[in-house]
Design a protein around this ligand. Sequence first.
Ligand SMILES: [Zn+2]
Ligand SMILES: [Zn+2]
Length: 395
Amino acid sequence: MTGRCLHRPRGLRRRAPGDVFPWRRTVRTKAAVLTGPRQDWDVVDLELDGPGEGEVLLRLEAAGLCHSDEHLKYSEDARFPVVGGHEGAGVVEKAGPGVSHVRPGDHVVCSFIPVCGHCRWCSTGRTFLCDQSPDLVGAMRDGSFRFHGDGLDFGAMDSLGTFSRHAVVSANGCVPVDKEVPFGVAALLGCCVPTGWGAAVRVAEVRPGDLVVVFGCGGVGSNAVQGAVGAGAGQVVVIDPVRAKRDFASRMGATAVHADVESAADDIATSTRGVGADVAIVTAGVVDARIVSSAFGVTRKGGTIVLIGAHDRSDELTVKLPGTLLTVESKRVVGSLYGGCNPRSDIPLLVRMYKEGKILLDELISAEYRLDDIRQGYADMHAGKNIRGVIVHSG
Ligand SMILES: [Zn+2]
Ligand SMILES: [Zn+2]
């Protein structure tokens, strides 16, 4: 048996670049895209291939405006054009062959970490490191693209592209959720909630009585605060230059808030008699060497510094620390992807905690935008106006 399809005699139709599955039904969609480095978001009409094996077609209802999508603009590694968006939730419209754990009509959270279930990391309980994790090219696993327009293949942020009304994604990244969970909340469960909450609970393993300092209180930082509070931290100190974010941190359970590192460092030194914080979690929108050094400086001997977030350039040296002190003070500097969470078990867990009122998620959504207003949404994020802005897809 050859690989040749019996229903499509060779030569019947010329296969155009990107036209990988021409026999599938094409869906038209509207999406926010970046067409090149340092370009702003444009909203365009695109064509979308139907789902292939192991994929699903989603009708997206909500998408979070995460800083990571903005980082794409300045990334040296990104491929353009690309459909943005990696926080999202919606409804399964069609499932491709081999998809069994979700079906049409299911409400799902899009995790940008697909879970293959077979690789070394999945088989040892660390699915957030799954080998199927996407790169910045934004293609599907087989190297092909699902979004097309103007004769070009469009990549998708984290192989999702939630800034589109419709998207075709790996079913391995779809986590079904109860239908009563609002789509906006479900969208945030795809990235900022597990990333922040897990940094405190799963990665730093905050213990009762700990002093935890959180750098930055946006969508990720707010959830790091909630995670630390829930794990029993005695004091949660938040540093953010934006007044509204400091106020929000207090609502989330922070015991002290500061506009700058210097006043926070004084506070931590006083309240620990010079010992320092047990845990520092760095969630700033743009992480640089100065912030990481500050986190290192306020953390006690044997303490843990957790790094989340990114610089616009992935090759930027954002960690420049005195290695001798790192050694003699036995500190741990830990990178944290997805808060060390396993999407298939931790997203349902977080939904349960949300329903029980043990984690606040509705409160994180500070503004909603139409897709056409995405530039305004990101302008508001940069101006410090939002904890999390959410795009509500419609029509
Ligand atoms: Zn994100
Ligand atoms: Zn895997």
